[in-house]
Design a protein. Structure first.
Length: 307
């Protein structure tokens, strides 16, 4: 059985009368990338701040490396690196000075890897951070984290403000950490990040973890939105296996929109091909769309599913 680096059981957090975390249970194993996903306000950052010992849990348990996250925070922090979604830096220091400061705080030193990361992320370390954009501030924190030799890396919406090229660099660096046997907790609302990197994911909704598993196991999370127009009359596909939310256009003949499960895409295209397709548009789902659809379906079923 794989070693549990993070173990959270029925975690709760109250702010006055408001229960921000109702019931969060998941684990992150050694050498695993675990995606922690949900819409804004679902409780991702509150969970992470509790793990970091910034907030004290109101109920349940949370351990990292087998140690209590509140009582043993100092010992735990010696073995982890953390990047928040919004990085605030000292405005009169340069990016390079702050990277070196972060490394020294973790008892680490600026090395060749640091220089390579600065080059890859195309950061100018000589400029004072008051001149930096949000994306450049994120780069400072990411470079410091990736330069740190830690056992656990916690990223909370880490690519906020980064362009697609730098997002790709981030993903490659995370996969390199995984190859080295490191453990990663990644909080994100960007589905592509989760798809490319995560071994398992946990979905949080309104302070409650409602499902965990791999993306392959969660095929309902990988539906594609299809808009199609044909020469021949379109049949009613509402009850066809793998098709969801089928709607015929009101203003255009033989045009419809629907979402389709990824494993049924071939069968659906085979079904449509004889109808002489004149226009076809496919749109990968945004995570927000997925959650809206998932939550609507979940309201009629169980509140928690374990795969």
């Amino acid at each position: 059985m794989s070693e549990k680096v993070i173990a959270i059981n029925h975690l709760q957090k109250k702010f006055g009368k408001f229960l921000a975390l109702k019931d969060v249970t998941f684990e992150v194993k050694k050498g695993e990338v675990f995606g922690f996903i949900g819409p804004n306000g679902a409780g991702k950052s509150t969970t992470i701040r509790t793990l970091l010992g910034i907030l004290r849990a109101s109920g349940g348990t949370a351990t990292i490396f087998g140690k209590d996250v509140w009582q043993d925070a100092v010992q735990i922090h010696k073995r982890l690196a953390y990047v928040p979604g919004d990085v605030y830096l000292w405005p009169n220091l340069t990016g390079g000075e702050i990277i070196d400061l972060f490394l020294k705080l973790n008892h680490q030193q600026h090395n060749a890897r640091t220089d390579e990361l600065i080059k890859q992320f195309e950061l100018d370390p000589s400029k004072k951070t008051r001149t930096y954009s949000k994306g450049n501030r994120q780069k400072v924190a990411l470079i410091a984290a990736f330069s740190t030799d830690a056992d656990l890396y916690i990223f909370d919406e880490p690519t906020s403000g980064l362009d697609p090229l730098n997002e790709e660099i981030f993903q490659k660096q995370v996969l390199a950490l995984k190859q080295d046997g490191k453990s990663i907790l990644l909080s994100s609302h960007i589905l592509s990040e989760v798809e490319h990197m995560c071994d398992r994911i946990g979905i949080i909704r309104e302070g409650r973890l409602i499902e965990t598993g791999t993306l392959n196991e969660m095929r309902h999370l990988t539906r594609t939105l299809i808009t199609v127009q044909t020469q021949s009359s379109l049949p009613d596909l509402r009850n066809y296996n793998g098709i969801h939310d089928f709607k015929l256009a009101k203003d255009v003949i033989n045009k419809a929109s629907f979402s389709v499960d990824s494993d049924k895409m071939g069968a659906v295209m085979t079904l449509l091909a004889p109808l002489s397709i004149t226009a076809l548009q496919s749109t990968p789902p945004t995570l927000e769309d997925l959650f809206l659809r998932y939550y609507q379906n979940d309201e009629h079923g169980d509140d928690h599913h374990e795969i």
